[in-house]
Ligand binder design. Structure first.
Ligand code: PLP
Length: 410
C-alpha cells in the first residue's frame, strides 16, 4: 500500500532527501490533472502552461487515452520483441500512414529515438554513401536539445549539459542554427551522413528559424546526399499548429523523430519513421529495447494520435496561438518587462527584460503559480508558454489576464 501525502512541504522534503537533485522544480506539488488543469495536494487549481514539455498536448488524463490504457493493461502489457504481439503491427501501420513513411521503429524516451536515428544515419552512410568505416559525421546545430545520453550531449553546446561528463563521442560537427551558408559548408563534407535538427528550438527558448531555412536545409541535404533527421519530439503532433512543424514549410524529413505527445503524457513512447532504404539498414540484433513497441504503448499511441485528429487540435493550436501572440504584443505596448514574444501555434515564449542570469523569470513564474498558472523559465530570462492544445479561447484569455497581472506585479 502506498502512503499518501497531503501537504506540499512533506513531498518536497521527501524528494529532497531521497531523490537525486537533477532538477530544480517550482515548489508546487501536483496530485491531479484533467484537461488543461492541474491541482496541488492542497487542492489549489492551476492552468498548466508547460504540458510536461509538450507531452500532454491532448490534455491531462484524456478519458479516451486512459480508457485505451486500462483496457489493454488488463489484456497484455509487455512481451518483449522476442515474440510478435497483436498490437504493434497495427500501431506501425497507423503511424506510417499518418505521417507518410514506409516503416516505424518504436522506442520509449525521446533520447532513445534520437540515438536510434543516429545509428540509422551512420549505418546508412557506410552502406549507401560509402563513407569509410568509423568516419561518419553528423551535422548538428548550436543550442540544440536532443536529450541527455552521453552520445547526445556530445553534440550539445550547452555547458550545463556537458560540463563534467566528458569524454565525448566523436563524429559531430556543430554549425550555427538558421545559417544556410554555414550549413552548406558543413554538408559538403563527403563523410556527412545526416543533418540532425529541431524545426523550432524548444528547450533553447523557442527559437523559430527564418522562413525558408528548413526548406533550404532540405534542398542542401538532397544536393549533398545527406539524411535530414528532424527531431519533432517537442514540436510535433499539432503543437505548432500543424501536425509537424516541418509542415509549415512543406518539408519532408528523411527521418522523423517523435516522442512526448505520442502517448498524450500517459507512457514514454517514441518513434523513428523512415522509408525502407534507410530503415532496413538495421538488421535483427543490431538495435532494440525491452519495452519499445510493447502492446500497451501501441494501443495508447494509436488512441492518442486519433484524439489529436478527432479533436482538431492542430487547428485549435494554430488559431489560439495567433490570439495569444496578439495579446502579448498588445501587452508589450503597456509594459517594458517583456521584450519579445515568439513562437508558432501554442509553442511560444516571452523574453523577460533582464539578464539571462537574473532571477526575474523565476520570480515571474512563482507569481504565475500564486495566481493559478504553471510555467517554467527555460534558459535564464525566457519563459516558455505551452498549454495543452485542448484549451479554449475563453480559457486562453483568462490565462493571458493571469500572465499580464503577474508580470506587472513582479
Ligand atoms: N528532443 C527534443 C526536441 C526535446 O525537446 C526533448 C525533451 O525535452 C528530447 C529530445 C528528449 O526527450 P526525453 O526527455 O523523452 O528523452
Amino acid at each position: 500500500m502506498v502512503e499518501s501525502i497531503t501537504a506540499s512541504r512533506d513531498a518536497i522534503l521527501l524528494e529532497d532527501k531521497y531523490g537525486a537533485h537533477n532538477y530544480h522544480p517550482l515548489p508546487v506539488v501536483l496530485s491531479k490533472g484533467e484537461g488543461v488543469f492541474l491541482w496541488d495536494v492542497e487542492g489549489k487549481r492551476y492552468y498548466d502552461f508547460l504540458s510536461a514539455y509538450s507531452a500532454v498536448n491532448q490534455g491531462h488524463c484524456h478519458p479516451r487515452i486512459i480508457q485505451a490504457l486500462v483496457d489493454q493493461a488488463k489484456q497484455l502489457t509487455l512481451t518483449s520483441r522476442a515474440f510478435y504481439n497483436d498490437k504493434l503491427g497495427l500501431a506501425e501501420k497507423y503511424i506510417c500512414e499518418t505521417f507518410g513513411y514506409d516503416k516505424a521503429l518504436f522506442m520509449n524516451s525521446g533520447a532513445e529515438a534520437n540515438e536510434t536515428a543516429i545509428k540509422l544515419a551512420r549505418k546508412w552512410g557506410y552502406l549507401h554513401k560509402n563513407i569509410p568505416d568509423n568516419e561518419a559525421v553528423l551535422v548538428a546545430v548550436k543550442k540544440n536539445f536532443h536529450g541527455r545520453t552521453t552520445t547526445i550531449i556530445s553534440a550539445s553546446t550547452d555547458p550545463s549539459s556537458r560540463k563534467g561528463f566528458g569524454p565525448f563521442m566523436p563524429g559531430f560537427e556543430i554549425v550555427d542554427y538558421d545559417n544556410v551558408d554555414a550549413l552548406e559548408k558543413a554538408l559538403s563534407n563527403p563523410n556527412v551522413c545526416g543533418l540532425w535538427i529541431e524545426p523550432i528550438q524548444g528547450e533553447a527558448g523557442v527559437y523559430v528559424p527564418a522562413e525558408g531555412y528548413l526548406k533550404a536545409a532540405e534542398t542542401l541535404c538532397k544536393k549533398y546526399n545527406v539524411l535530414l533527421m528532424m527531431d519533432e519530439i517537442q514540436t510535433g503532433i499539432a503543437r505548432t499548429g500543424k501536425w509537424l512543424a516541418s509542415d509549415h514549410e512543406g518539408v519532408k524529413p528523411d527521418m522523423l523523430i517523435l516522442g512526448k505527445a505520442l502517448s498524450g503524457g500517459v507512457l514514454p513512447i517514441s518513434v523513428v519513421l523512415a522509408n525502407d532504404s534507410i530503415m532496413l539498414v538495421i538488421k535483427p540484433g543490431e538495435h532494440g529495447s525491452t519495452f519499445g513497441g510493447n502492446p500497451l504503448a501501441a494501443v495508447v499511441c494509436m488512441e492518442a494520435l486519433q484524439v489529436v485528429k478527432d479533436e482538431k487540435l492542430a487547428e485549435n493550436a494554430e488559431r489560439l496561438g495567433k490570439i495569444f501572440r496578439a495579446r502579448m504584443q498588445d501587452f508589450m505596448k503597456r509594459t517594458d518587462k517583456i521584450t519579445l514574444v515568439r513562437g508558432k501555434g501554442l509553442l511560444n515564449a516571452i523574453v523577460i527584460n533582464d539578464t539571462p542570469q537574473s532571477e526575474t523569470a523565476w520570480n515571474i513564474c512563482m507569481k504565475f503559480a500564486e495566481n493559478g498558472l504553471l510555467a517554467k523559465p527555460t534558459h535564464g530570462n525566457i519563459i516558455r508558454l505551452a498549454p495543452p492544445l485542448v484549451i479554449t479561447e475563453e480559457q486562453l484569455h483568462e490565462c493571458c489576464d493571469i500572465i499580464e497581472k503577474s508580470v506587472l506585479a513582479v
